[in-house]
Design a protein around this ligand. Structure first.
Ligand SMILES: C[S@@+](CC[C@H](N)C(=O)[O-])C[C@H]1O[C@@H](n2cnc3c(N)ncnc32)[C@H](O)[C@@H]1O
Length: 360
């Protein structure tokens, strides 16, 4: 799909709807948060939640924005490809920098979010082309755009807050939902499909390599035993199984949370992360992006990648270092760039972000 859009005209403000029925004074579930789903009609809600370090559902807060702009230096007239446009937070900043004669090319595999972002960025002031495409295909997009190269390639890996917060996507251990986990609904296999069919050794390796899960063997073994009795299809089933493997209950885990000074990782966080990475072949796509990127950059072009776990960061670091050593890149970030405490406090979801850049 190429939903190339070069028109003006802002998204019409949404109408306020009747409050859905729920008990108590505050909405609790994703579906009940009617104001957050319609922040255009309730402008006070976003600053209110942001002040508490929360992300309103249906939105995403871009991370390391200042650092990304300072290192990638998008300039008027340049062509920027945002490989993971998501909510469009970074894209909106790139647009301001390349105005009025530049161009933004926006990619994402998630058709629902891409369409919303297209509407949100439709009065951009520069041409913006949207592609529902895996970023592994940036070279094809370049051909479709009839361009000789990009000045800036940017990717903000992983999932958006909109995807993680929506129970129907099945990506979060916090929400009850189907174990879907696909960012791209054209993919044939969901998280449940993989969990219920992959051999024990493959599951164990994935939990270890993609998320450093210390109990990877035990979790894989229990999954295989459990699925012989009943398929695992819901997020809550997987969470319960992991608690059992680790000898925890909700109560003992909460107590541990309270006792820990910095809060500890949820017992199911690593397994969920590994399964999501597997479902979406996130490592395969990143490897391909890193391979083709040098051929897609104009002389002097810059590439920047934000990753959220050590396996991905290692690949980016290695690729940029090798590129500098073999003369593909002129220079690359010496040290990884991470969010400052101030950013982590205002947006805890930024805590594990790691940014690296290179110049061709
Ligand atoms: C962390 S979010 C990006 C947020 C964005 N920078 C913003 O400011 O709103 C990651 C996005 O990348 C998309 N994505 C993940 N892997 C992708 C891939 N291989 N190709 C294209 N899009 C991908 C996801 O669907 C998600 O929307």
């Amino acid at each position: 799909m190429n939903i190339s859009d070069q028109s003006g005209g802002a998204e019409p403000p949404l109408k306020r709807r009747r409050r859905p029925r729920y008990s108590g004074t505050h909405p609790k579930t994703y579906a009940q948060k009617y104001k957050e789903h319609n922040i255009a009609a309730y402008p006070d809600i976003a600053p209110h939640l942001r002040a508490k370090g929360k992300t309103p559902v249906g939105t995403h807060i871009p991370v390391l924005t200042e650092e990304v702009l300072a290192c990638l230096r998008p300039a008027p007239g340049e062509v920027v490809v945002d490989c993971t446009v998501g909510y469009g937070g970074h894209a909106a900043e790139f647009i301001k920098c390349v105005c009025p004669t530049g161009k933004l090319i926006a990619l994402d595999v998630d058709s629902a979010e891409l369409e919303r972002t297209r509407r949100r960025l439709s009065n951009a002031g520069v041409p913006v082309s949207f592609y529902r495409s895996n970023f592994a295909g940036i070279a094809n997009v370049l051909n479709k755009e009839k361009l000789d190269g990009y000045d800036v390639i940017f990717a903000d890996l992983g999932v958006s807050s909109m995807q993680i917060d929506n129970p129907a996507r099945g990506m979060s251990y916090k929400n009850e939902g189907p174990l879907d986990m696909r960012m791209d609904d054209r993919l044939k296999k969901t998280g449940a499909d993989l969990l219920n069919t992959l051999p024990e050794e493959d599951l164990s390796r994935a939990f270890s390599e993609l998320a450093d899960e210390p109990d990877h063997q035990k979790i894989a073994h229990w999954i295989v035993n459990q699925r012989a009795v009943q398929p695992i299809t819901a997020t809550s089933q997987l969470v319960r199984l992991i608690f059992a493997v680790k000898g925890l209950t909700e109560k003992t885990w909460r107590r541990r949370q309270v006792a820990s000074k910095f809060g500890s990782l949820h017992p199911a966080a690593r397994t969920f992360q590994a399964l999501r990475i597997l479902v979406n072949d996130e490592i395969g796509s990143l490897k391909e992006l890193l391979r083709v990127a040098p051929y897609c950059l104009r002389p002097g072009g810059r590439i920047g990648i934000i990753s959220f776990h050590s396996g991905e960061d290692r690949l980016v670091k290695q690729s940029f270092r090798d590129g500098v050593r073999n003369g593909t890149y002129q220079s690359a970030a010496r040290n990884v760039i991470v969010p400052r405490i101030k950013e982590i406090t205002s947006n805890p979801r930024s805590a594990s972000a790691k940014f690296r850049w290179a110049v061709i």
